[in-house]
Ligand binder design. Structure first.
Ligand SMILES: NC(=O)C1=CN([C@@H]2O[C@H](COP(=O)(O)OP(=O)(O)OC[C@H]3O[C@@H](n4cnc5c(N)ncnc54)[C@H](O)[C@@H]3O)[C@@H](O)[C@H]2O)C=CC1
Ligand SMILES: O=C(O)C(=O)CO
Length: 318
C-alpha cells in the first residue's frame, strides 16, 4: 500500500535524535513539528495515514478528511482523538502502550522525593551560605520524611501503576490500588479499595488511569476533602483528571501537596491557578521523554502501522 502519510506534531517525539525515514517503506510522508488547528485540514487533506501526539482530532475534523483510513496516536493516552467518531467513520486508531512505564514512574518518584527529601531546597540553601553559617555539622530546613511505612495509593493498575508499585514496595511503602475492576495480577500484599478509601488512606496518591468522561475531575473539592492533611497527590496521567481551581485552593490552604507532570491545557495559560500555588512541583509533560522511551515509542508506532497494512490488528483502540 502506498500511503500518503502525515505526522502532525512530530517534534516532541523526535527533536532530531530519531529517524523518521522508517516511514518510507509505507509511502510518501511529511513530518510537521507542530500543526495549528487552522493548518490541519490543508496539511492532512490527501492523507490516508495521520500520526498525532497531542494535536486534537475531533469528530468534525475527521468527517472533513474523506481519504483518512488510519490514525496512529504517538502516545499511550488517546484522549485527543474522538474514538467514537473514528469508529463511525471506519477509521482505524492505534496507540502505543508500554513504551516507557519505567520513565514515567521514575519521574513520578522524582517528584515524590522532591517533596520528601528536599534535595533542591537544601542545595539552594547550601550554596546560599546557610550551611557555612551553621553551628552543627548538619541542618535541615524542615522535617524530612521517610517513605518507608507510608501508604502509596494508585488509581489504575496498568503498565505505569505496576512500575510505581514495584518502586513503592522497594521503598517499603504499603500499597492500595483502585481500578475499574479488581486486577488479576494485584501483588499479594496490596489492598484493592474503593476510590473514596484510596483518597482517605493514601499518604501519596498517584493517578495512572486514562482521561475519559468517567475520570475527568476525579480530583475535586469532595475527593480532596477526604484526604489526610499533608497528603501528596501525584499526576503524571492527564491534567483533566484534576479540577485545578479546587486543587489550587486546597494547596493555598495548606491541606495537601501536589506533584504534576500534566496540566489541563498544555502549554498552560499564564494564569493557570496551579502555576501560582504553594506546595506543588510541576514538570512540563516530559515524564515520557527519555531517549530510550521515545525510540521504543517510534518502533511500536511503526510496528502498529505495519500490522494495519498487513490487515492485522495491533494496539487498536477504535
Ligand atoms: N506524563 C506522561 O509523559 C505520560 C502520561 N501517560 C498517561 O498515563 C496514563 C496511564 O498509562 P498506562 O499505565 O501506560 O496505561 P494502561 O492502559 O496500561 O493503564 C490504565 C489503567 O487505568 C485503568 N482505568 C481505566 N479507567 C479507569 C477508571 N475509570 N477508574 C480507575 N481506573 C481506570 C485501567 O483499568 C488500567 O489499569 C495514560 O492513559 C496516559 O494518559 C502515559 C504515558 C506518558
Ligand atoms: O504517552 C502518553 O500518553 C503521553 O502523554 C506522552 O505523550
Amino acid at each position: 500500500m502506498m500511503a500518503n502519510i502525515c505526522v502532525l506534531d512530530g517534534y516532541t517525539l523526535n527533536p532530531g535524535d530519531l529517524d523518521w525515514s522508517v516511514l518510507a517503506p509505507f509511502g510518501d510522508y511529511e513530518v510537521y513539528d507542530r500543526t495549528a488547528a487552522g493548518e490541519l485540514l490543508t496539511r492532512a487533506a490527501a492523507s490516508s495515514v495521520l500520526f498525532t501526539n497531542k494535536t486534537p482530532l475531533d469528530a468534525a475534523t475527521l468527517a472533513a478528511l474523506p481519504e483518512l483510513r488510519y490514525i496512529g496516536v504517538l502516545a499511550t493516552g488517546t484522549n485527543v482523538v474522538d474514538l467514537e467518531a473514528a469508529r463511525r467513520l471506519g477509521i482505524a486508531v492505534t496507540n502505543v502502550p508500554g513504551y516507557g512505564p519505567d520513565a514515567v514512574a521514575q519521574m513520578a518518584f522524582a517528584h515524590v522525593l522532591h517533596h520528601t527529601s528536599r534535595v533542591a531546597a537544601h542545595h539552594q540553601a547550601v550554596i546560599s551560605g546557610a550551611w557555612s553559617a551553621q553551628p552543627d555539622f548538619c541542618f535541615t530546613l524542615d522535617t524530612l520524611e521517610s517513605l518507608s511505612g507510608k501508604t502509596l495509593g494508585l488509581v489504575g493498575f496498568g503498565d505505569i501503576a505496576k512500575q510505581m508499585a514495584r518502586i513503592g514496595q522497594a521503598f517499603g511503602m504499603q500499597l492500595l490500588v483502585h481500578s475499574r475492576s479488581r486486577p488479576k495480577d494485584l501483588p499479594a500484599d496490596a489492598e484493592f479499595v474503593s476510590l473514596d478509601t484510596l483518597f482517605a488512606r493514601s499518604d501519596v496518591l498517584s493517578l495512572h488511569c486514562p482521561l475519559t468522561a468517567q475520570t475527568r475531575h476525579m480530583v475535586n473539592e469532595t475527593s480532596l476533602g477526604l484526604m489526610k492533611p499533608g497528603a501528596l497527590i501525584v499526576n503524571t496521567a492527564r491534567g483533566g483528571l484534576v479540577d485545578e481551581p479546587a486543587l489550587a485552593s486546597a494547596l493555598h490552604q495548606g491541606r495537601v501537596r501536589a506533584a504534576v507532570d500534566v496540566l489541563s491545557s498544555e502549554p498552560p495559560a499564564a494564569d493557570n491557578p496551579l502555576l501560582h500555588a504553594p506546595n506543588i512541583s510541576i514538570t512540563p509533560h516530559n515524564a515520557w521523554a527519555t531517549q530510550k522511551a521515545r525510540q521504543r515509542l517510534l518502533d511500536i508506532a511503526i510496528a502498529n502501522l505495519a500490522a494495519f497494512v498487513a490487515g492485522e490488528k495491533q494496539n487498536r483502540v477504535d
